[in-house]
Design a protein around this ligand. Structure first.
Ligand code: FES
Ligand code: FES
Length: 155
């Protein structure tokens, strides 16, 4: 079993994990970071998106061992309930969530997207979030939330 060293939400973690442990299971079960969700077994829903070295990754498609040496950020690492990240705030303000199951992955994908495109069009947002499935909202308010957060975050 490999020993892995990685940083998760700014905290150094050193663990021994079975070779076949998925990153999402490592985060949820070993570290107790259950904000990252599992919504499918086909790598399609995007509920499990986290940032690995600043890039959005579906954590159900990556082994924990592959994150050795990396900097991982989960939804728990971007804001607190008292001090929401601007993207979380925008989802709240624009009613971009209903059940909230897809929200962690949506927010993580949207943050990376907005960091590269400060003034996205509706079409660009829809395209960027293609890998994130929402079963509740119809996407309209999610798109509005991302557009608003992009402006707040420096667009
Ligand atoms: S759980 Fe990873 S894409 Fe659905
Ligand atoms: S808010 Fe329920 S799945 Fe998106």
């Amino acid at each position: 079993m490999p020993q892995i060293n990685l940083k998760v939400n700014g905290k150094e973690e050193q663990r021994t994990v079975p070779d076949n442990t998925l990153l999402v299971d490592f985060l949820r079960e070993t570290l107790g970071l259950t904000g990252t969700h599992v919504g499918c077994d086909t790598s399609q829903c995007g509920a499990c998106v986290v940032h690995v070295d600043g890039v959005s990754v579906k954590s159900c498609t990556m082994l924990a061992a592959q994150a050795d040496g990396c900097d991982v950020t989960t939804i728990e690492g971007i804001g607190t309930s008292d001090n929401l990240h601007p993207m979380q705030e925008a989802f709240h303000e624009h009613h971009g969530l209903q059940c909230g199951f897809c929200t962690p992955g949506m927010v993580m994908s949207a943050i990376e997207f907005v960091s590269k495109n400060k003034n996205p069009s509706e079409a660009e947002i829809r395209d960027a979030l293609e890998g994130n499935i929402c079963r509740c909202t119809g996407y309209h308010n999610i798109v509005k939330a991302v557009q608003s957060a992009a402006q707040k975050m420096g667009g």
